[in-house]
Each structure stands twice: as C-alpha cells, then as structure tokens.
Design a protein around this ligand. Structure first.
Ligand code: SME
Length: 149
C-alpha cells in the first residue's frame, strides 16, 4: 500500500474515531495513535497553544520538549505563519529544536478553530525527505476533521 492509499484508509477511521466525542485531548490522543500505527513515524504528536506557548499534548514516540515559544523551531514557525511547514532536512532549518537527535525530517500542520491556530500536529521521521505534498494534503484534512469535531 502506498502512502496515499494508507491515508485514504485512515481518514474514514479517524472521522469515525472522533465522531460524537467533543474532548479535544481525547480526539488528539486517538488521532496520533492511528497515525503512528499506520505509518510508524519516529514521533507523532500535538502541541497545544496555551498561555502564548505551544505546550506538549498527546503524542506517540520518545519523550519531547514540553514548551515551544511562538515563532521558535519548526512548530513555533508553523504556528506563527499559520501554514504547514515541511522540512526535508531538520539540520538545515535555522532554529530547529532537536527534541531527539534521531529526527532528520519533519512536517508541522497547524490546527485552527474560529480562524485561530489552537495547536499544531508535528511528525518527525528518522529518514531525510520523508514528507511531501501528499502528506501535507492528507494531514491538513486530518487537521480539518479534528477542528470540526
Ligand atoms: N523539532 C520541533 C520540536 C518538537 S519535536 O520535534 C517533537 C521544532 O523544531 O519545533
């Protein structure tokens, strides 16, 4: 199964998982578990905007930094720009925050509510160049499902 097929299988599962559940943390927890199980990425998790910082939320993978300031690292930059950021090689991203030295590429997708970024979905891979426009397209759909839920 290629990446697109995996996402296409996963999206209805994610919709069903969070249907009828309003709690954001519970929904984030099931979404990261589903993504992690389907793809086996090194780190898959959410950071939530709280007190003008990104604060670690539900995740799967090794322990991670708990707080990221606005505009800092890939996560803080995606929050500040309100846009998905794909980093093919994290060692070349100025200001990248290395929670784990095993991470080599990363994608960060903002989650919105009423037009404001309320969280980001962050996925790290040990492979270089692991993420492309297909990941962006489907992970932005995951973000929309979570926001709508
Ligand atoms: N690398 C991220 C920090 C979070 S960890 O990857 C889990 C960044 O630069 O924002």
């Amino acid at each position: 199964m290629n990446k697109q097929e995996t996402y296409l299988q996963l999206l209805p599962q994610i919709r069903a998982l969070i249907a009828g559940e309003q709690d954001l943390i519970a929904n984030m927890a099931n979404i990261v578990a589903a993504l992690y199980e389907a793809f086996g990425f090194w780190w898959t998790g959410f950071y939530r905007v709280s007190d003008d910082m990104l604060v670690l939320g539900p995740f799967q993978g090794p322990i991670a930094c708990t707080r990221i300031p606005h505009g800092r690292g890939v996560c803080g930059s995606a929050w500040a720009q309100g846009q998905t950021i794909i980093v093919p090689n994290v060692h070349e991203f100025a200001g990248h925050i290395a929670c784990s030295s095993a991470s080599n590429s990363e994608i960060v997708v903002p989650i919105r509510s009423d037009g404001r970024v309320i969280a980001v979905l962050d996925i790290d891979s040990t492979d270089y160049n692991a993420f492309d426009s297909t990941d962006q397209y489907y992970l932005e759909q995951v973000a929309a499902i979570l926001s709508a839920g």
